[in-house]
Write a new protein. Sequence first.
Length: 309
Amino acid sequence: MSDEALKVILAGGSGFIGNLLAKSLIADGATVWVLSRNPLKARLPDGVQGVEWDARTAQGWGSLVKKADVIVNLTGENLGSARWTAERKKRMLASRVNSGLAILEAIQNTPRRPRVLVQASAVGYYGLTGSRIVTEKDGPGNDFLSRICVQWEAATQPAEDLGVRRVVIRSGVVISPEQTALRQMALPIRLFVGGPLGSGAQWFPWIHPKDEVDAIRYLLAHPEANGAYNLAAPEAITNEHFGRILARLLRRPYWLAVPSFALRLLLGEMSVMVLEGQRVIPERLQALGYRFHFETTRAALENLYHRTI
């Protein structure tokens, strides 16, 4: 698929990855519409056309679908921004499922359907897998994050029956100093109190922002790509190993472990996001021929912080 002539509808385009993806597409001549609840206030890249939507229906924007070659759905309330109350868990699920159903409704109601739908998901799909190597062949887990991912993915699955090629991207943690995850990991290290979270033995699947964006575009460009793809760097690494590399880069010690019980008290159920992980391998993406720009933690962090170890 030629990127130059692409017409793309991007849901969730005002987020970090959506913004980077929109810039990348615009730079290559694509037309990009970003669906936003408040397009006038959203910080959208130059050249992007903001379109208002309610994230629940096709009302007001569905007519764009007949013009689009691609729909990319990256929507979903941030999982790590606040403690998981019962009400918040409902919102986290609803924000993912309802937006997917709205996109499906728009596809069903148009005579000319997009060629490709990219559906966001996460490596949390696989559940609590311990040290076992996980590929796209593995099924879902049964914890809360896994159940969210299963329903998130399922919301747009019927589009395949309508002849739309659908790609599901199960992303690891996108690491960037601009993003919450890496900032929170770096802060105690900068303050000289860095150390492993819990045992530190939990696996930490990560991906550099450039690889996240370029992998999505690679999947768009290859018509044989369909189904689920893990978007995580090939280097499987533990929380402790990742932290030690980050501490070396920041010229700080790495010595004060945070006990698991303290994190559970502080974060509640959300602590699973830092105390558990998946040893994820991007098997299908590499088999398709994608070559990562940043395969190792050291290379990725050196690039992001513009310094060397």
